[in-house]
Design a protein around this ligand. Structure first.
Ligand code: AR6
Length: 169
């Protein structure tokens, strides 16, 4: 069965899915963009669990391309999957790390038994990855690896992101 991928324009914190993916940084302690919005709306339970994960498993931080799940606190979702996207580099090809974020997030969600998952456009904000390239990598990876999910949703913030992903799809 092909992966059921949907695109919506909107806010990742308002999605009625079981797992939402956070475009985090390796500290897992929060930040701006998607990360800030998720922690603000999800409340302090999320950062409390992140702090525990740091202490117990990721002393030197969550590596780029890896993913780990926590509670979703007050969000509608059941879980937040935190992943660390690569910072865009014009010199070095880091595509495999961006693909890995998508693959590892699906894996973490699958392990929890989630059937629906929503992704933001990882690395395309603070980390400056060009939207069209990020869209191709995200869609290719989700299509190839999203088997078994009832829905894999991409949540795009703003018209330009949405249009770029729509064209890539
Ligand atoms: N819902 C959906 N998409 C959003 C939302 C939202 N509420 N807010 C922003 N976007 P970014 P990154 C879009 O910067 O590039 C943080 O400080 C945004 O327009 O959130 O992976 C972390 O702590 C962009 O297209 O993530 C890290 O330090 C996309 O989401 C760093 O930023 C991703 O933008 C991670 O940078």
């Amino acid at each position: 069965m092909p992966t059921h991928i949907t695109l919506v324009q909107g806010d990742i914190t308002e999605q009625d899915v079981e797992a939402v993916v956070n475009a985090a940084n390796s500290s897992l302690m929060g930040g701006g963009g998607v990360d800030g919005a998720i922690h603000r709306k999800g409340g302090p339970e999320i950062v409390a669990e992140c702090r525990r994960l740091r202490a117990e498993r990721y002393g030197s931080g969550l590596p780029t391309g890896a993913a780990v799940a926590t509670t979703a606190g007050r969000l509608t979702a059941r879980w937040v999957i935190h992943t660390v996207g690569p910072v865009w580099s014009g010199q070095e090809d880091r595509s495999e790390l961006l693909a890995s974020c998508h693959r590892e997030s699906l894996r973490a969600a699958r392990e929890l038994g989630a059937r629906t998952i929503a992704f933001p456009a990882i690395s395309t904000g603070v980390y400056r990855w060009p939207l069209d390239d990020a869209a191709r990598i995200a869609l290719r990876t989700l299509r190839a690896e999203g088997e078994g999910f009832a829905e894999v949703r991409l949540v795009l913030f703003g018209q330009r992101s949405y249009d770029t992903f729509r064209a890539a799809l």
